[in-house]
Design a protein around this ligand. Structure first.
Ligand code: EPS
Length: 391
């Protein structure tokens, strides 16, 4: 069983990713992780923080001589901004006055208020520091190791932006093989250049209006064997695990697999993917689908077709022209907290979501094919796929 946890506050010393159950024998180098950490930091619409940070991984355990040991892996991404927050974030000495950066005006739509109530804090900073999407640096670092493992099985994935505000991309027919290059060429991570320009304008306008913007991203993963996951129990369903992973990313409010909500108006005859026999197996199976409206899963199991999921992110809660709130000290009406933030982080979400998918897929691979060493996983995987293609 592969377990992922993270720790760390946005303006604390660092962000940490913990992977337990990662197989031994995977060759890795810093760039396998740092490349993706740098990609996560890109994207038009980010605020001043990304000019301060230059995220790089520090391996604290579990990797020796460029090879994973099979022991718990602890990764650190140190916060450069910590030097500006040492007093406010000091673990031992409480800070006072302005240096404490106390927050008593919760932002609508943020964890600030309900977290402060539940944890009995009178300072919302005790909540927002951990609720922050800075945590996604840990997810990408861990996800980068998982995608490196999956590459051993020729599995890969890409995330790209399909909507920001009202600007929508036309990428349904864009071949998956082109998505990486085309979305990376765009500073809003959109593979449709014309839509990308409209997205950029929308972000610019929102910034001028002191507002924020959300949107939709899509992740596609390919190379999966048919039959990853199981119909037999809810927590073994691959699509359920993907949905859980997506919803656990900060500010995400919805997930669909395949055409999802967009297929609600269709009849079954127009919706379902027909089955044909093919000499060119997909995911090891000769039974392939003529379409992929189901997004690569049936009964919680991969079909061998591409896994396709879309994720919707609400606009960022911090508004430079704040909404109404209540001051926790006076219980009187007050304007919500205004502090440095992003206008739009949807381009980053595309990259984060693909790494969150990588973590789930690695978990399912390890559950299904065993996870002591990469060599042992490969033997088990090869035997499974060979048996599948005989059927
Ligand atoms: C975030 C607010 C901003 C973002 C941050 C997430 O940080 P700050 O409050 O320091 O300006 O930049 O994201 C990151 C630091 C990151 O690396 O993604 C929030 O409130 O969620």
């Amino acid at each position: 069983m592969l377990r992922y946890y993270s720790a760390g506050e946005s303006h604390g010393r660092g962000i940490f990713a913990f992977l337990d159950g990662f197989p031994a024998g995977l060759r890795v180098q810093p760039d396998d992780i740092n490349f993706w950490l740098a990609e996560r930091q890109k994207g038009y619409g980010r605020g001043g923080r990304q000019r301060i940070e230059k995220d790089e991984v520090d391996v604290l355990s579990g990797i020796r001589g460029g090879v994973t040991l099979g022991s718990p892996i602890l990764l650190a991404v140190w916060n450069r901004d910590f030097k500006n927050w040492e007093s406010a974030m000091d673990p031992w000495k409480p800070s006072t006055g302005d240096r404490a950066r106390k927050v008593v005006r919760p932002r609508p739509s943020h964890a600030d208020l309900v977290g402060a109530l539940k944890y009995e804090h009178d300072d919302c900073r005790n909540i927002l520091e951990r609720a922050s999407a800075r945590e996604t640096a840990a997810r990408v670092a861990a996800g980068a190791l998982c995608r490196k493992l999956l590459a051993e099985f020729r599995v890969d994935m890409v995330g790209h932006v399909v909507q920001i505000g009202e600007a929508t991309a036309d990428t349904d027919r864009t071949p998956t093989g082109e998505l990486r290059e085309r979305s990376m060429a765009s500073d809003v991570r959109c593979a449709d250049p014309e839509a990308g320009a409209r997205m950029r304008d929308a972000i610019q306008q929102a910034k001028r209006d002191k507002d924020s913007l959300g949107g939709i991203i899509e992740v596609r993963a390919w190379g999966l064997p048919a039959g990853l996951g199981s119909h037999t129990q809810g927590d073994r369903k691959l699509d359920a695990a993907i949905a859980h992973a997506m919803m656990s990313i900060q500010a995400v409010k919805g997930v669909e697999v395949g055409i999802g909500f967009r297929g609600a108006h269709l009849r079954g005859s127009a919706y379902h993917d027909e089955i044909v026999w093919s000499d060119a197996p997909r995911g090891g199976s000769h039974y392939v689908r003529t379409s992929n409206r189901l997004g690569g899963t049936e009964g919680g199991m991969s079909t061998g077709e591409e896994l396709v999921a879309r994720v919707v992110k609400k606009p960022i809660s911090t508004l430079m022209r704040p909404l109404r709130s209540v001051n926790l000290e006076t219980r009187q009406p007050d304007a919500a907290l205004v502090e440095r933030s992003d206008t739009c982080a949807v381009p980053a979400l595309a990259l984060i979501a693909e790494h969150a998918v990588a973590i789930v897929l690695a978990q399912f691979f390890i559950d299904q094919f065993g996870g002591d060493s990469v060599a042992q996983m490969k033997r088990s995987y090869d035997a499974y796929v060979a048996a599948l293609s005989e059927r």
